[in-house]
Write a protein that binds this ligand. Structure first.
Ligand code: MOS
Length: 739
């Protein structure tokens, strides 16, 4: 099905199942420990051995020699594969760092060996016996120091001359120089780790030259293709199965070493092998969100209207890597006739920087929305009103291009109203409660909406049950449930009559889970498959497909009604289709919006920050399942508190690795850290986004939250911190006199 004109009325609009708060259909399996995650797939293949990955102990250089004799002779050891045993393996299409093979070390904890043994402990113990001799080279590990050699990159991340790469509208410099009120500040965001609960893990098994992996991935088709490339196989000789995933946040988008090392270990041992990356390897072997240094300049008239806005961001990555696109939202969020957005990318030898939840907007909004708060203060305006005054309903660079839906103002007004924003004294540092300094802060939320081609198959059995099959993943987001809701709505069934099977490369290729495009795109693919299934059913039953109504387990037209199951009495009915998106996302700007509001209390003596209340009002198209969408948003808000207050991969600039590579040193908040979180969804449908009229929310919930927290801390204390995370050491000196 080609989706190239805005959706009109369709069966989803009935909202008998879609749009209703629905508990996760796989929830009982998860809460009772019966949902099998990758490392616990004990039953899929017998005789599984354990692999342990050895990571490089240097940040850059070469392996001169590896002595694995002691490891090979150690108890229980079945095989050892070292990086010197083979030339560098081909790199998958989505990988920046190569994953294995050859003497070159690109980054710390790059995989240099896998040891396979009868037990996990034996494998780990033997791995420690491998003697490695390195030739260390000097690496580039300091982003600020690398600024001089950074190159201009365009919005696609391609290197170009500044004149070509930088995005300009009007004459920023002249307008900024002429502006009555100006701001020019620099903000930094640190390297961050996805810190998902389930580490990367794979069981690999070979059978007559064909490879199966049971793994934990967001993107089944990408892993299949890239694993085939890496190992020199045909894609059809690789099967990937990943039905349950314990979090990804972007860290499981791209093929990782667990899959490659399990496959190599299994081939060497002649047995199935399971590998989980050790927690420190999640930080240093896989990918992370790159640090940024962002300069923002805003010029406005005394009326608060922005006349000039510039956002420039510097980030780093390995050679051939990508910039963190932290300026993306600044192209679209606020009006202003004169604009400049620019990115610089420096080569660094740290582990690979790549996508983490809302890549671009998440760190970009952390900077932009503090800048907006500072600018409102300079103008003597309320921060909510300042944003409202500068709303735009069109793409500022191309005024003929409007937003498909844009209800930012409603999000902000409704948020302010619900949060009690009018009670806030505009003067910072005035609101006290014993030794607590209290403050309220807010930020706009913005994340673009992406749509990705997605296929599904739907089968109607003689028992009247519809089974949906797609390689879509559920990374803890609720995919199983919204897919079931979609099929139930389309086929006129209750949820108990629908089965959903996900995450298997034998199924049609979906959008996968990423970029907050998975929910809308994958259900649109299921919609397309169900349209075909309805046609096939109607044909079998002798109905005219256009007239047939699917409701309550029946197919009806005129005065005829037949049980849906009857269509499959003689033979299962199977339909498959793919939704393909035309140019609607070019003709209209598709984005999602929010108002984020936060109340904090800061200990006036210690600078300790407590988040007391959070509210997000979101406009993100049709909400397919308010229960799981709310969970997505409160999870993202919690992640935003982490970004604001604690998350930071500390870089060892001598040796080039992330020091706090475990969950003791890399702190993340939990829901219990935040007393109250509320989420409101505006009643919105977006016919331009898909037949589902839905958009993404999983990343929107994060974008802006960090700044709202930082702004609340400023309101509480009068201290403006521009370097995340806002830890207490950065507050202490500026705290007001308490005694
Ligand atoms: Mo998301 S960072 O595209 O998983």
């Amino acid at each position: 099905m080609k989706f190239d004109t805005p959706a009109t009325t369709n069966p989803i609009d009935q909202l008998k199942v879609v749009g209703r708060p629905t508990d996760r259909i796989e929830g009982p399996l998860k809460t009772t420990g019966r949902a099998p995650y990758a490392y616990e797939r004990h039953d899929v293949v017998p005789n599984q051995a354990y692999g342990h990955v050895l990571g490089a102990g240097i940040g850059k250089g070469r392996v001169l020699s590896m002595d694995a004799a002691a490891a090979r002779a150690a108890p229980g050891v079945l095989a050892v594969v070292t990086t010197l045993d083979m030339p560098r393996l081909e790199k998958g299409k989505m990988n920046t760092a190569f994953l294995f093979g050859g003497p070159e070390i690109q980054h710390y904890h790059q995989a240099i060996a896998v040891v396979v043994a009868e037990s996990f402990e034996q494998a780990r113990d033997a791995a420690a016996m491998i003697q490695v001799e390195y030739a260390r080279e000097e690496g580039r590990f300091d982003l600020a120091a690398a600024r001089g050699q950074a190159k201009p990159v365009d919005s696609d991340g391609k290197e170009a001359d500044a004149a070509e790469a930088d995005d300009r509208v009007g004459d920023f410099e002249a307008a900024f120089a002429a502006a009555a009120v100006t701001l020019d500040e620099t903000y930094t965001t640190p390297d961050e780790s996805h810190a998902m609960m389930e580490p990367h893990a794979t069981i690999a098994s070979w059978n007559a030259g064909k490879l199966t992996i049971w793994t934990s991935t967001q993107m089944v088709a990408w892993w299949r293709r890239d694993l085939a490339i890496t190992l020199g196989l045909k894609p059809e000789d690789v099967r990937v199965d990943s039905p349950y995933i314990g979090g990804g946040f972007g860290g499981k988008l791209f093929l990782r070493a667990d899959a490659v090392m399990a496959a190599l270990g299994a081939r060497a041992a002649g047995r199935p092998v399971k590998v989980a990356l050790a927690r420190p390897q999640v930080a240093n072997n896989t990918t992370h969100r790159p640090a940024t240094i962002q300069r923002i300049r805003i010029g406005a008239g005394r009326d608060g209207r922005i006349t000039a806005i510039a956002h420039e961001s510097l980030s780093g990555d390995l050679p051939d890597g990508q910039p963190e696109t932290a300026v993306a939202q600044t192209k679209l969020l606020y009006a202003g006739a004169n604009r400049l957005t620019a990115m610089r990318l420096a080569e660094l030898d740290l582990p690979e920087g790549n996508s983490m939840r809302a890549p671009g907007e998440a760190p970009g909004m952390m900077a932009l929305e503090i800048a907006m708060d500072e600018m409102a203060a300079k103008l003597g305006m309320d921060p909510v009103e300042f944003r409202i005054v500068n709303d735009t309903q069109v793409d500022p660079a191309d005024p003929d291009r409007s937003f498909s839906q844009r209800q930012l103002i409603r999000c902000l007004r409704e948020g302010a109203e619900r949060f009690g924003w009018h009670r806030r004294n505009p003067q910072p540092g005035q609101w006290r409660d014993g030794h607590w300094l209290r403050g309220m802060g807010m930020a706009a939320g913005f994340r673009n909406n992406l749509v990705v081609k997605s296929a599904a198959r739907a089968r109607l059995g003689a028992d009247g049950i519809v089974t949906v099959e797609t390689d879509m993943t559920d990374i803890g987001t609720g995919s199983y449930t919204i897919i079931a809701q979609t099929a139930a709505e389309m086929m006129g069934l209750g949820l108990d009559r629908v089965r959903v099977r996900l995450g298997d490369s034998d199924f049609p290729v979906s959008a996968g889970s990423g970029g907050q495009f998975g929910g809308n795109s994958s259900t649109a693919g299921v919609y397309a498959a169900c349209v075909k299934l309805r046609e096939a059913v109607a044909q079998r039953l002798g109905f005219n497909a256009a007239d047939a109504v699917f409701a309550e387990g029946e197919v009806r037209a005129g005065n005829r009604r037949v049980r849906l199951a009857d269509a499959a009495a003689a033979q299962e009915v199977v339909a498959e289709d793919v939704i393909e998106f035309g140019d609607l996302s070019k003709r209209f700007q598709q984005s999602t919006f929010a108002g984020h509001f936060v109340e904090v209390a800061v200990d006036g003596f210690t600078g300790e920050v407590r988040v007391r209340r959070m509210l997000a009002v979101c406009a993100a198209g049709r909400i397919l399942n308010p229960t799981s969408a709310r969970s997505q948003v409160i999870g993202a808000m919690t992640m935003g508190v982490g970004a604001a207050l604690m998350e930071e991969l500390a870089v060892d600039k001598r040796h080039g690795f992330f020091v706090n590579h475990d969950l003791a040193g890399y702190e993340v908040p939990v829901h219990a850290d935040i007393l109250q979180q509320e989420v409101v969804f505006l009643d919105e449908v977006d016919p331009v986004s898909s037949p589902m009229k839905a958009k993404g929310v999983g990343e929107l919930g994060l974008c802006g939250v960090g700044a709202a927290v930082a702004n609340a801390i400023h309101h509480a204390t009068g201290v403006r911190v521009r370097d995340y995370p806002v830890t207490l050491d950065k507050l202490l000196e500026g705290l007001p006199e308490m005694a």
